[in-house]
Design a protein around this ligand. Structure first.
Ligand code: NAD
Ligand code: MG
Length: 348
């Protein structure tokens, strides 16, 4: 029996994780958290809101699945890494923001397995089992606005942006997919997961989201991971690693597939370039990028700013933060708070 603590149980990944756990006799849900919706009775230990650290101490799970959204996922990620408890990580924002501090926590914890749930990184993790990666290729669907020019994006609404062509996900990541901020966060996530420099992390658009990732090797070959876009697969893989459990996802019908690759349009979708730049600058720039983006996305969802304002405001904030490295989580939280405050200033 593998005892699972699920953080963010009411979300898109959280609900699919509950289905995966229910379908597998070897997985047991021992603790669950949510942001605001009560979840009494969902698991022996539950909590709504607040820091999950005490709950995790009491539950002593065999694996933590962090499916919280945003920087709020930080304590769960750090707790698992610091205790050497296997971490199935959907909450990319915590790894992006904490970066080196998260890897330090993992070293202190004795490097328990860190298995990505993000589909692209799950794919890369599996491809990397074939050899030492020379370069990583992340695929992007391109989102609902692929092919549009900036002038065609000036008055798109949150409802337009929430119509994702291939994946059904929570609101925040769906907006991030429309701006390509999600792919930017994923570039930084890949840097910390796989330890490769940014110039060896590529992004390519693959509109049908069938090729999830690709690892290049030094002999000129590359291994790709393919499958239907269904999060149950990476969730199940991370929870049952190193084994594989069956899922209800059907085998690929190869002759029905269309697979094309395109260059991403980073001039129109500037969040990808801004994220890459923040990643390359290091320190707390990725934390600031993430914080500013979280504030901008929530303002866009509320109809308070336009779609193109997201990148403009984030760029402004990144130009103003000091970006120096955080020595501990307190300093990291300060960097996060500073970027959020600056966001309110550049707005005015
Ligand atoms: P969601 O918005 O559907 O769900 C988020 C969950 O986090 C909910 O259970 C919510 O109650 C909880 N939560 C929110 N604020 C919280 C707080 N302050 N403290 C504790 N819990 C809080 O989000 P999602 O789409 O399921 O995404 C979750 C994470 O997984 C994100 O980091 C996202 O980037 C990543 N991810 C999601 C998908 C997907 O298919 N949805 C794919 C890849 C990666
Ligand atoms: Mg992804």
């Amino acid at each position: 029996m593998k005892r699972v603590a699920l953080l963010g149980a009411t979300g898109s990944v959280g609900r699919q994780a509950i289905a995966v756990i229910a379908a597998n006799d070897e997985l047991e849900l021992v603790a669950a958290t949510s942001g605001s919706t009560p979840i009494d009775g969902l698991a022996p230990l539950t909590q709504t809101g607040g820091d999950p650290t005490d709950l995790l101490e009491r539950a002593a799970p065999d694996v933590v699945l962090n499916a919280t959204v945003g920087f709020a996922g930080l304590p769960g990620t750090i707790w698992a890494l610091e205790h050497g408890v296997p971490l199935a990580l959907a909450n990319k924002e915590s790894l992006v923001a904490a970066g080196d501090l998260a890897l330090d926590a993992r070293r202190r914890g004795g490097t328990g397995p860190l298995i990505p749930v993000d589909s692209e990184h799950s794919a890369l993790f599996q491809c990397a089992l074939a050899g030492e990666p020379e370069a990583l290729v992340l695929t992007a669907s391109g989102g609902p606005f692929r092919g549009r020019s900036a002038s065609e994006l000036s008055d798109v609404t949150a409802a337009d942006a929430l119509e994702h062509p291939t994946w059904s996900m929570g609101a925040k990541i769906t907006i991030d997919s429309a701006t390509l901020a999600n792919k930017g966060l994923e570039v930084i996530e890949a840097h910390y997961l796989f330890g490769l420099p940014y110039d060896r992390i590529e992004v390519v658009v693959q509109p049908t989201s069938v090729v999830h990732g690709l690892v290049r090797f030094r002999d000129g070959s590359a291994v790709a991971h393919v499958g239907y876009p269904d999060m149950q697969v990476p969730i199940s893989y991370a929870l049952t690693y190193p084994e594989r459990a069956p899922t209800p996802v059907p085998p690929l019908d190869l002759t029905s597939l269309t697979i094309e690759f395109h260059e991403p349009d980073v001039d129109t979708f500037r969040m990808l370039a801004l994220a890459r730049e923040a990643g390359e600058r290091g320190g707390t720039f990725p934390c600031a990028f993430n914080a500013a983006n979280e504030v901008a996305v929530s303002a866009f969802l509320d109809g308070r700013i336009g779609f193109l304002d997201i990148a403009a405001l984030v760029e402004d904030v990144l130009a103003r933060v000091d970006g120096g490295p955080a020595r501990d989580l307190l300093e990291l939280r300060e960097a996060d708070a500073q970027a959020r405050e600056l966001m309110e200033t550049v707005w005015a």
